[in-house]
Design a protein around this ligand. Structure first.
Ligand SMILES: C[S@@+](CC[C@H](N)C(=O)[O-])C[C@H]1O[C@@H](n2cnc3c(N)ncnc32)[C@H](O)[C@@H]1O
Length: 255
């Protein structure tokens, strides 16, 4: 993988110190504990995923603008979603919303096999080139990620990096037994990050609310939604486990 000293297994390259400082910051917050995730963040050269002019800000823990009026997510949220989805060796993970390719690279750096779909052709193409030049093995394609990637399903995990108003049923349907779907849900000003888990190999799905976030909207063709299919009203009515441990009430992680 990119920028890792093969002998020491430690991140190398011009911004390695900045990456290590970012990892220390994430560790201090106390929520990102999976060593695979911390190693992945320490390894992936975020400066290669942001516009050149923003290189000096690449290791600030903030979302930054990229081309086509989109954003690269905040490193903390990327790490959190990578941890929540359970990325690691042998896991097949689908990402919806490739954007710059950074989240896909972090997922791949955990050892997961990554599939990523981006709806904007220009972004999909650039991210594929970038990921290839950095030697991250990510299967990527342009398309409407609301439909998932049926030919490659089922997935052990699905990460959605743009917010639908309701969870697309097609994504839930592509979860393997025990598979996890991490998805921000809501409108422009009010979104919550959710994790849905397929319980066993049957149709049962459990869900938990994680924290308040703010992502760009998931575009594309709106189809059946998970909760509408389940006849349970909105996600909010299904709440019973609020794990908003890190965020101050009302705080939002901007993406
Ligand atoms: C917050 S950005 C993603 C950041 C990205 N994961 C990264 O690491 O840079 C959200 C992305 O989702 C894409 N998107 C929005 N709706 C989509 C859809 N229906 N299918 C696939 N991608 C979509 C946007 O074009 C945008 O690139």
């Amino acid at each position: 993988m990119a920028d890792v000293d093969a002998n020491q297994g430690r991140p190398s390259g011009p911004r390695a110190a900045a990456r290590r400082a970012l990892v220390s910051l994430l560790m201090e917050r106390g929520e990102i504990r999976d060593p695979r995730v911390l190693r992945a963040v320490a390894e992936v050269p975020r400066e290669r995923f942001v516009p050149e002019a923003l290189g000096p800000s690449a290791y600030c823990d903030v979302a930054l603008p990229i081309d086509c009026a989109q954003t690269i997510s905040q490193p903390y949220v990327v790490a959190l979603m990578t941890q929540l989805v359970g990325a690691g060796p042998g896991r097949r993970i689908l990402e919806v919303g490739t954007g710059s390719g950074y989240q896909a690279a972090v997922l791949a750096a955990t050892g997961a096999e990554v599939f990523s779909v981006e709806i904007i052709e220009e972004l999909a193409q650039r991210a594929a080139e970038r990921l290839g030049s950095l030697h991250y093995k990510v299967h990527s394609r342009q398309g409407d990620g609301r439909q998932g990637w049926p030919e490659e399903a089922p997935f052990d995990g699905i990460v959605v990096t743009a917010a639908p108003r309701q969870v697309p049923a097609s994504l839930v349907a592509q979860l393997a037994p025990g598979g996890r779907l991490v998805v921000p849900v809501g409108g422009a000003g009010e979104q919550e990050l959710w994790r849905l888990t397929r319980v066993g190999d049957g149709p049962e799905i459990s869900w938990e609310r994680i924290t308040a976030v703010r992502f760009v909207p998931l575009t594309g063709q709106v189809g059946a939604s998970f909760m509408a299919d389940a006849g349970s009203g909105t996600m909010r009515h299904g709440l019973d486990r609020d794990r908003r441990s890190g965020a101050a009430p009302g705080a939002r992680h901007r993406q």
